[in-house]
Design a protein around this ligand. Structure first.
Ligand SMILES: [Zn+2]
Length: 366
């Protein structure tokens, strides 16, 4: 009975992870078949070529470059140079799902002059006359472009255009899942209602940072990327921050020593400032078309299986949902491989604990 339950669990896990064949069918426990299947699950989860192939369809890396604080800051600076003090002539909306507010009506923004620009978490806010604010949430695949006046908005990729006399701010979103959103709100109260409330790490001190970090007991990866705790940090920069701080993505916030919290605080600030500078230099005077592309020069993020720039060990990953976390086992986890929670529960003591054990398991038989 216990065995049947376990087998069903594995079957569900396999299907939810894209297996194209069922686990080995057997009427009673057959340890070898089972271990072989579990090993193939593990090998797939860490991306190794599985010698015990059970028919996985290999998918490409699921990393999505979500605009985070540095990207948004660079967008805002580019917009400031182009639209500050300019009248917004017209807003053209191509996607019916984009606008999420009805009052005030969008037409009330037209003809008003841009008075200020600011960031709200990962959102871009364009302030107009009468304290009206256009709030753009790009989400994962939303991007901005600066085009000639009257540039065409081509759905389904094109979402909207904001027309100024000197050019058009074009908003696109790749993919079929439209998640980007636009809001028109009035005053500080309207902006506050959209603010997830995360701490601005570049505007705070260590004690306040520590207080927010340890306010609940989460893994570091989750705490750093929670917009209600910290503002503007997402999957990419959190990987880089944790690498620089030499901390495991799965370390628990309330178990950290004071010196580790300080290391983390310094790494957060250093990474956000340095990456903003880098992106600023990359785009120069042109509109930042590439700020959200793969960021060359990152130490661990998006570098699965590549050598760590510090110690040369292979960068590892934990995959979950449609995302992944990258880390260096030597620099960050004392040489331990981090198991996906669901998979490690199934594998229990069979899980290889070190890169060396992994090597042994994946070595071709002579
Ligand atoms: Zn390393």
């Amino acid at each position: 009975m216990e065995y049947e339950k376990k087998k069903e669990g594995i079957r569900r896990f396999a299907i939810s992870n894209g297996a194209t064949t069922e686990p080995p069918a057997c009427r009673r426990p057959r340890p070898l078949a089972h271990i072989t299947f579990l090993l193939s699950l593990f090998l797939r989860s860490v991306g190794c070529p599985a010698s015990t192939d059970v028919g996985w369809s290999r998918r490409s890396s699921p990393i999505n470059p979500v605009p985070e604080l540095p990207d948004i800051v660079v967008y805002l600076e580019a917009l400031e140079q182009r639209i500050l003090h300019q009248p917004l002539e017209q807003v053209r909306i191509a996607s019916p799902f984009l606008l999420r507010t009805a009052h005030p009506p969008l037409s009330s923004a037209e003809g008003k002059t841009v008075r200020g620009l600011r960031r709200l978490g990962k959102r871009i806010c364009i302030g107009l006359d009468d304290d009206l604010w256009l709030v753009l949430h790009l989400m994962i695949a939303g991007r901005l472009h600066w085009k000639k006046p009257g540039a065409k908005v081509s759905p389904p990729r094109g979402l909207a255009a904001f027309d100024f006399s000197n050019g058009a701010l074009l908003w696109t979103e790749a993919g079929s899942r439209k998640r980007a959103s636009l809001y028109l709100v009035a005053g500080e109260a309207g902006l506050n209602a959209l603010d997830p409330g995360g701490l601005e790490v570049l505007e705070t001190d260590l004690p306040h940072f520590a207080q927010v970090l340890t306010s609940s007991n989460h893994t570091l990866k989750r705490a750093l990327t929670d917009p209600r705790l910290f503002s503007g940090i997402g999957n990419a920069y959190s990987d880089e921050i944790l690498f620089e701080a030499k901390l495991s993505p799965l370390a628990l916030t309330q178990k950290l020593k004071p010196e580790q919290i300080e290391q983390l605080f310094n790494a957060v600030r250093h990474n956000l400032v340095e990456w903003t500078d880098r992106l600023r230099q990359q785009s120069g005077n042109t509109f930042p078309e590439k700020v959200t592309a793969f960021r060359e020069g990152m130490a661990v993020h998006g570098r699965y299986k590549e050598p760590c720039p510090c110690c040369n060990a292979k960068i590892q990953r934990i995959r979950y949902a449609s995302n992944e976390t990258n880390y260096c086992p030597t620099c960050q986890t004392g040489g331990r491989l981090l198991a996906d929670r669901s998979l490690s529960r199934l594998l229990r003591e069979d899980w290889p604990r070190t890169p060396e054990e992994l090597e042994l398991l994946t070595r071709e038989p002579k």
